[in-house]
Write a protein that binds this ligand. Structure first.
Ligand SMILES: [Zn+2]
Length: 189
């Protein structure tokens, strides 16, 4: 099931649409520093974990700079998890819960064992310490099993199709995809 999602260009294009909506909102909000106009200033990316047919549209992380003071304004993303080369959806579906062996997963995407281990640590230790999670955790009843993140979160979103739940979960963590002025430990590389 998960395998199908990661091979499905339609789903990846749907995520692009969401990112473009986020970007439009960011641009409409103008510069956070001086309220000046924002100009397109995307970051080039070389993502891993998407079908070849969408690689072109996944080669840019939507972002803006202010035409007046040059400040950056990057919108949240359901596609890119901070500076990671692997896409957020891969981080969501390929962070094995518990002590699961990563052997099979590594074979599929060539994700190094050390990377999978880092992702597990991020979900279990760094993510629960974010202000984002601190403000969010009481909304889950019964409480989410931290040791089973992100799967335990994914199971709580509504939708018959895996793609629906996944899109909601990615929207949910999208605030972590950008640098917060409050110093959120974000989805860094
Ligand atoms: Zn500005």
């Amino acid at each position: 099931m998960c395998h199908d999602v990661l091979q499905d260009p339609t789903f990846f294009r749907f995520l692009s649409q969401i990112d473009h909506e986020f970007a439009a909102e960011t641009r409409a909000g103008r510069c956070p520093d001086c309220c000046g106009p924002l100009h397109v200033s995307d970051y080039p990316r070389k993502p891993r974990g998407c079908p070849a047919s969408v690689r072109e549209e996944y080669s840019r992380r939507l972002s803006f700079t202010c035409g007046r003071c040059d400040a950056r304004a990057t919108s949240p993303s359901v596609r890119f998890a901070g500076r990671r080369v692997y896409l957020a959806v891969v981080l969501m579906l390929r962070s094995p819960p518990g002590g699961a062996s990563g052997q099979e997963l590594r074979d599929e995407f060539n994700i190094p064992a050390s990377t999978l281990k880092r992702w597990r640590t991020w979900w279990r230790r760094d993510f629960p310490s974010t202000p984002f999670w601190q403000s969010m955790r009481t909304r889950f009843m019964p409480p989410l099993a931290i040791e089973r993140l992100p799967q335990s979160a994914l199971e709580r979103f509504d939708g018959d199709a895996m793609t629906e739940r996944l899109a909601q979960a990615l929207r949910w963590i999208a605030p972590l995809s950008i640098r917060r002025r409050s110093g959120n430990p974000r989805l860094a590389a």
